[in-house]
Every structure is written in C-alpha cells, then in structure tokens.
Design a protein around this ligand. Structure first.
Ligand code: FPP
Length: 217
C-alpha cells in the first residue's frame, strides 16, 4: 500500500539541545532542519501530505523563552521557504501574534498553487478542540453524518491519515489528530527529533509498506 499521508509528533527537541550542551530552546532550530530534511525526502518520494505537530494548545503553558523560540522558527520558515511544497497551517491561528499570522497568510498564499507535498503544520492545535468545533459545525448545518463531520475538521481535503510517527521515546498521541488516527498505523522512534534523517524518511515509507492493514475486516 502507498503512503499518502504521514503525520509527525516531533518530540525531543529540547532534550536534544541539552544533550548537545545548548539551551533547550536551541533545539527547535535543529528540529526545523530535521523536518525539512524529512519532508523534502518524502516530497521526492511522492508522498501527498505530511502533517507536523509544531505547537499544541497545551504548549501555551511553556516558558516565554521557549514559546518565542518556536514561533521564531515558524516565522523564519514562512519567510524563507520557496520550494514546491504547498504549505498549510491548522489550529487556532487567529489567537497568535499578528506577525506570526501575517507570515502564515503569506506562505499559504505563495505556495497555494504548488504541486509538491502538502505540508500541513499544526500550530496552536488541539485535536479535542477541533473535534468539538466540527461537531458544532455539523450540528448547525443539521447534517450529522461522517462526511459532514470530516468536512468540518481542520484536515478536510487532505488524504486520509495513513501513519503517525512519534520520536523521542514516548508512546502516546498527546491530543494530535485523534479523529484522523482511527485507522492510522503507529510508529515510534527512541531517537530525538533533530536526529531524524532522509534515511529515516525512507524507513517510514518502507515500514508502512510492510504493515498489513485490515480496517477491522
Ligand atoms: C516537542 O518537543 C516539540 C515541540 C513543542 C515543537 C517542535 C517545533 C519545531 C521543531 C519547529 C517547527 C517549525 C515549523 C515551521 C514547522 P520538545 O522539545 O518539547 O521535546 P522534549 O522537551 O521532550 O525534549
């Protein structure tokens, strides 16, 4: 089976930085480099969509230094990316600072006609909030079937989620794409996110092709 949509929980950036003698917040710069390396490889291999968990609603409780470091990487990426990925964001974007919102609108506009992999970045995102919102939209429309519900999720229009990959040794979903995860394959790495390479991207594809998917049948 072909891998069409893979999602990454990019865990372990802070630990990676500390292990390399840097302050925790330095890890996000290296985390973004690893993401680009992995996504560019998946793009070259024809994967249709990659979702990446960059900032959860729960991450708002982190220190101001750490939050600033993550949003610095987001703005840097949005301003400097000129490849063929189609970049989308999902989450409560309007609640973020104006300069972050502007940079997001800019990259989404600039890349909207690109024909490469869709890079769907979850920012200020929580799956439970997204599910409750979709339920409300479906209720307001008076149409409460799966199609109406799925059409109101932040991932509407993306291919069905095939696989979730989490680095950093933890084995949980942490409020990420919970509805979409229904039949997704799960893959866990002990290695920390900034250590991910092109060859890991190849391994993710290979591992997915090895899995036998039965969808309950
Ligand atoms: C969890 O790792 C990861 C995050 C809170 C954010 C990751 C964000 C990036 C790599 C930047 C992405 C930028 C773009 C443009 C997509 P952690 O560092 O909290 O892990 P740890 O504390 O367990 O080490």
């Amino acid at each position: 089976m072909t891998l069409k949509h893979v999602a990454f929980i990019m865990d372990g950036n802070g630990r990676w930085a500390v292990a390399h003698g840097m302050p925790r917040e330095e890890g996000y710069k290296h985390g973004l480099e690893a993401l680009m390396c992995v996504v560019n490889r998946l793009n070259a291999r024809g994967v249709e969509a990659v979702s990446a968990f960059a900032f959860s609603v729960e991450n708002n409780a982190r220190s101001a230094i750490e939050k600033a470091a993550i949003f610095e990487q987001v703005k840097k990426f949005n301003r400097s990316y000129f490849g063929n990925l189609r970049v989308l964001y999902m989450g409560d974007i309007d609640a973020l600072d104006d300069d972050v919102v502007d940079s997001i609108e800019d990259i989404e506009r600039r890349t909207c006609k690109n024909n490469g992999t869709v890079l769907n970045i979850a920012l200020n995102y929580g799956a439970q909030t997204d599910i409750v919102h979709a339920a409300k939209v479906a209720y307001d429309k008076g149409v409460f079937d799966e199609a109406a519900f799925e059409g109101a999720l932040a991932t509407a229009g993306l291919p069905k989620l095939d696989m979730i990959v989490r680095t950093g040794g933890e084995k949980r979903l942490s409020n990420f794409m919970l509805y979409e995860a229904a039949y997704a394959e799960l893959m866990f790495y002990d290695k920390l996110w900034p250590d991910m390479t092109e060859s890991d991207a190849d391994d993710v594809i290979k591992e997915f092709e090895r899995r036998v998917r039965k969808f309950g049948k």
